[in-house]
Ligand binder design. Structure first.
Ligand code: T3D
Length: 265
């Protein structure tokens, strides 16, 4: 099933929702319309029980260059902008949606990822990147701070020393270095990115995705929980997992020495 949008490509097939940012001439930077379309697509992902995995990527040579700067009026005498409003209305809801979606979210970073575009992947669960891709915390070059959760995720993923260097210098981090630093899961050859990401997505879509969503929830929570709080959460979520059809199916299939058939519930 393919749905028509102007600035994104969106389709659902075999349990995988594929959302590709599609303003390649602007390196898929976000304007208000693209934000609206991504929001609508994510709503469909959330509401459609057939969707078991989301794969996010971009068209053309870039993944996403963050905010479309041509949408900002900074001419002398123009009104002082309220960027907090943009973050509140667009970027924060997007990041929360990706992080909270109760299914695995894969991000395939196909090219340069700058500004908010560098931090959106970090709100996803599994990040693959093309070998030629790169990550740039471009904010400091225009007087801004990393947003889209970057100030939270960066130090947790790569440590404070590297997070500060990335954020304060705005240098380009190659996909290979990003993998070595633990910023992303894996760097793959450019020609293989789309296939690798789709193969991973299709595999996950056959797995007990209700349980996978609980795994995602528990690991996300661990970053701010105490050890005791986390043990309590594990108890609560294991209780939910144990009530699922997929748990019964997984155990039955193991005992009967056959392949399981999971439904995601
Ligand atoms: O405002 C708010 O709502 C607050 C929230 C902010 C969130 C943010 O994301 S702020 C950060 C915004 N992004 C940036 O500062 C990155 C700007 N882009 C770049 O630094 C470079 O384009 C890249 C390093 C990403 C890539 O460089 P390069 O040399 O590979 O490509 P290029 O030639 O610079 O860009 C190609 C085209 O894309 C070019 O258009 P043209 O000349 O061919 O017509 C360029 O203008 C356009 N483009 C790239 N990034 C943006 C953009 N157009 C609008 N906005 C962009 N962010």
């Amino acid at each position: 099933m393919t749905m028509n949008f102007e600035h994104i490509l969106f389709s659902i097939e075999a349990g995988v929702a594929l959302l590709s940012l599609n303003r390649p001439d602007q390196l898929n930077s976000f304007n208000a319309q693209m934000h609206g379309e991504v929001k609508e697509a994510l709503k469909q992902v959330r509401q459609n029980p057939d969707v078991r995995v989301l794969l996010l990527t971009g068209e053309g040579r870039g993944f996403c260059a963050g905010q479309d700067l041509s949408d900002r009026n900074v001419a002398p005498g123009s009104a002082v902008p309220d960027l907090g409003e943009s973050i509140e209305k667009f970027y924060n809801p997007l990041i929360r949606q990706l992080r909270d979606l109760p299914l695995p979210v894969i991000c395939a970073v196909n090219g340069v990822a700058a500004g908010a575009g560098a931090n959106i992947p970090l709100a996803c669960d599994l990040v693959l990147a093309a070998r030629s891709a790169s990550f740039i915390q471009a904010f400091c070059k225009i007087g801004l701070i990393p947003d889209s959760g970057g100030t939270w995720t960066l130090p947790r993923l790569v440590g404070m020393a590297r997070a500060k260097a990335l954020a304060l210098l705005g240098n380009r981090l190659s996909a290979e270095q990003a993998e070595q630093w633990g910023l992303i899961y894996r760097c793959v050859d450019d020609a293989e990115l789309r296939n690798e990401a789709l193969t991973l997505a299709r595999h996950l879509a056959t797995q007990p995705t209700y349980g996978l969503a609980l795994i995602k929830r528990s690991l996300n929570a661990s970053l701010s929980n105490t050890f005791d709080e986390q043990l309590e959460l594990e108890k609560d979520l294991q209780r939910l997992a144990g009530r699922s059809e997929d748990y019964r199916e997984g155990v039955s299939a193991f005992m009967e020495k056959r392949s399981p058939s999971f439904k995601g519930r």
